[in-house]
Design a binder for this molecule. Structure first.
Ligand SMILES: C[S@@+](CC[C@H](N)C(=O)[O-])C[C@H]1O[C@@H](n2cnc3c(N)ncnc32)[C@H](O)[C@@H]1O
Length: 174
C-alpha cells in the first residue's frame, strides 16, 4: 500500500498507518522544519524505514505516485476554496485508478457558534493566520473531489469530535 500524507505535520497519521499495515510505505510531506517532528515520530513508532520524508510545498512537490491512499489531514482550510480545489485536483492525478483520497477537516454544520465552538474558533484563527484560508463548508469539501473527477464521496462525522472525514474514489463508496 502506497500512501501520501500531505501536510503531515506530526506525521502520526501516516506513521500509525505504517505501524498497523506492515506493507504500507508512506511519503510524508510538509515543510522541512516540520518533518523533523514527523521523523522523530516515525522512529519512535519503529516505522522510519517505511516513511520517506518529502520536504516541499504541497503545490510543488513532485508526486511519486500512483498512490493507493492520499491523506489530506487538516490542510485544506489553510487555503481559499479555489486554491484548495487546485490542490485536490493535483492530488487526484497521483492516485491509482482505485486509489482513495481521505480528507479530514473541521467544518461547520447548521448549528450556532455556541454549539460548534471549536470549528468557529478555528475559523477565526484562519482569518488572522492565513492569507486566504477559511473553514470550508461540507458542501465545499464535497465539491472539491467532484471537480477533480472523483466520485462516490462519503462524509462521516466522528462522534465527540468537531471533525469530518471525507473519503472519495473513482467508482463509488465501498
Ligand atoms: C493543521 S496541520 C495538520 C497536520 C496533520 N496533517 C493533522 O491532521 O494533524 C497543517 C500542516 O500543513 C502544513 N502546510 C501548510 N501549508 C502547506 C504547504 N503549502 N505545503 C506543505 N505543507 C503545508 C503545515 O506546516 C502543517 O504541518
Amino acid at each position: 500500500m502506497k500512501v501520501l500524507d500531505v501536510g503531515c505535520g506530526h506525521g502520526l497519521t501516516g506513521c500509525i498507518l505504517a505501524e498497523r499495515h506492515p506493507a504500507a510505505r508512506v511519503d510524508a510531506q510538509d515543510w522541512s522544519s516540520v518533518l523533523a517532528v514527523a521523523e522523530a515520530n516515525a522512529e519512535r513508532l519503529g516505522v522510519r524505514d517505511r516513511v520517506r520524508l518529502l520536504p516541499c510545498d504541497a503545490f510543488d512537490v513532485p508526486l511519486d505516485g500512483p498512490y493507493d491512499l492520499i491523506v489530506v489531514g487538516n490542510l485544506l482550510f489553510h487555503f481559499a476554496p479555489d486554491r484548495a480545489a487546485e490542490l485536490v485536483r493535483r492530488l487526484a492525478g497521483a492516485l491509482k485508478p482505485d486509489g482513495r483520497p481521505v480528507t479530514v477537516g473541521f467544518t461547520t454544520g447548521d448549528q450556532s457558534p455556541a454549539q460548534e465552538p471549536h470549528a468557529h474558533l478555528l475559523g477565526l484563527l484562519l482569518l488572522s493566520w492565513t492569507a486566504g484560508g477559511e473553514l470550508h463548508s461540507t458542501e465545499a469539501y464535497g465539491a472539491m473531489p467532484a471537480a477533480a473527477g472523483l466520485t462516490g464521496t462519503e462524509l462521516t462525522a466522528r462522534p465527540g469530535l468537531p471533525l469530518r472525514v471525507q473519503v472519495a474514489g473513482r467508482s463509488g463508496p465501498s
